[in-house]
Write a protein that binds this ligand. Structure first.
Ligand SMILES: Nc1nc2c(ncn2[C@@H]2O[C@H](COP(=O)(O)OP(=O)(O)O)[C@@H](O)[C@H]2O)c(=O)[nH]1
Ligand SMILES: [Mg+2]
Length: 194
């Protein structure tokens, strides 16, 4: 085996004993690619493509009119939690045309972080329904945009029909501390279930 140059973060440390797969889910434009990029310690694999006029009728840009690219398959990143444990993050594309890929991406996952946007909460139902069908535990993170309406937690929980034990956090996917906090909430939830 080729050993990794010590201290080079690109290579997985030989001390790692466990790798856990986490899915980042949510609708188109909610900030999944941004979150994987913010959190990943390696250059994240991303399959972004510039959107063309042809996708205007397919990918709904309501509330996200500045978005110029879309993920055509997935995002992938890595977060080392400690010497023994790494998380692999898989950003799953939100559009329903990626249903088959979604099944593959969630296979073997430990849990999921569902991103939502208060300007269009209903668009997160699809991801939540799919995760519930797959029996995959999840936490919900509200990714705040400048013109997002703010609701109190009780109202958000009701609108998203969340169980009392499902974590709900507010985050900024561009901010490392904030994105990490969302991930920690998910990890703590997963630990209570294991
Ligand atoms: N204001 C704000 N913009 C964000 C945030 N997260 C993502 N964005 C922007 O929203 C757009 C969509 O994000 P992207 O990560 O591509 O969404 P995806 O389709 O879910 O992968 C991009 O232009 C991001 O720069 C956030 O937390 N706050
Ligand atoms: Mg994306």
């Amino acid at each position: 085996m080729v050993s990794a140059p010590s201290g080079d973060i690109r290579y997985l440390s030989e001390s790692v004993q466990r790798a856990i797969k986490i899915v980042v889910a949510g609708p188109f434009g909610v900030g999944k690619t941004t979150m994987v990029r913010t959190l990943s310690e390696i250059s994240p694999l991303s399959t972004e493509e510039t959107m063309t006029q042809a996708s205007a009728a397919i990918d709904d840009l309501a509330g996200i009119k500045d978005k110029t690219t879309t993920t055509v398959a997935m995002d992938f990143g890595r977060v080392t939690l400690n010497k023994q444990l790494v998380l692999y993050l898989f950003g799953a594309p939100g559009q329903s045309r990626f249903q088959r890929l979604w099944q593959d991406l969630t296979y073997g996952a430990f849990g999921a972080l569902v991103l939502t946007d208060t300007r269009r909460l209903d668009q997160s139902f699809n991801a939540i329904d799919r995760l519930e069908e797959a029996g995959l535990p999840y936490a919900v993170a509200v990714n705040e945009f400048p013109d997002s309406p703010t609701y109190d937690e009780e109202r958000l929980r009701k609108a998203l029909d969340l169980l009392p034990e499902t974590p709900l956090v507010i985050c900024d996917a561009r901010d490392r501390m904030s994105a990490t906090n969302a991930l920690i909430n998910l990890a703590e939830h997963l630990l209570t279930l294991s």
